[in-house]
Design a protein around this ligand. Structure first.
Ligand code: THU
Length: 158
């Protein structure tokens, strides 16, 4: 199996784009596009709310994920955690961006914000001071947030 079959797109992010501390429009568009592709894989027979996410690891690779529901509802995992955990299980535990797209099946995609559990997982694996959360309606219509905005005063040490 080639590397891409493991859902990683090596080399899509240039060194300059990667080194930039400012959110990069080209990277953001690519991540939104990957999140839309991942959304097609959502397994959500109970809520019919389909979510896709694409996280850019500090190794330059993109890890995608969808929500995966379960008849025992609490066993459900969100798209954001699926994406990040795929990265972690591949040896990448540090991310610079995560893009999220979600909507009920057949409805227009509206801004879909990460749940509290996913925000807490982001605290664990975010690139320090250099992590952006993108919620998008489409490639050109998105909002950029920091974790400090979405989870102020987060629990991050004990
Ligand atoms: N969900 C996500 O995957 N990410 C979010 O940001 C919000 C919620 C999923 C979980 C569940 O499968 C469905 O959406 C409804 O809550």
């Amino acid at each position: 199996m080639g590397e891409d079959s493991n859902n990683m797109n090596k080399g899509v992010i240039s060194e300059k784009q990667f080194a930039d501390k400012e959110p990069d429009k080209v990277v953001i568009k690519k991540l939104i596009n990957e999140a839309f592709k991942a959304r097609k894989m959502a397994y959500a027979p109970y809520s019919e709310f389909l979510v896709g996410a694409a996280a850019l690891g500090s190794n330059g690779r993109i890890y995608t994920g969808c929500n995966i529901e379960n008849v025992s509802f609490s066993a459900t995992i969100c798209a954001e955690r699926t994406a990040m955990f795929k990265g972690v299980s591949d040896g990448c535990d540090n991310f610079k961006y995560i893009a999220i797209v979600g909507a009920k099946n057949g409805e227009k995609v509206e801004f879909c914000y990460p749940c509290g559990i996913c925000r807490q997982v982001m605290v664990e694996f975010a690139c320090d001071g250099d992590f952006y959360i993108i919620v998008a309606r489409d490639e050109d219509d998105y909002r950029v947030h920091t974790l400090e905005e979405l989870l102020p005063g987060a629990f991050d040490r004990f």
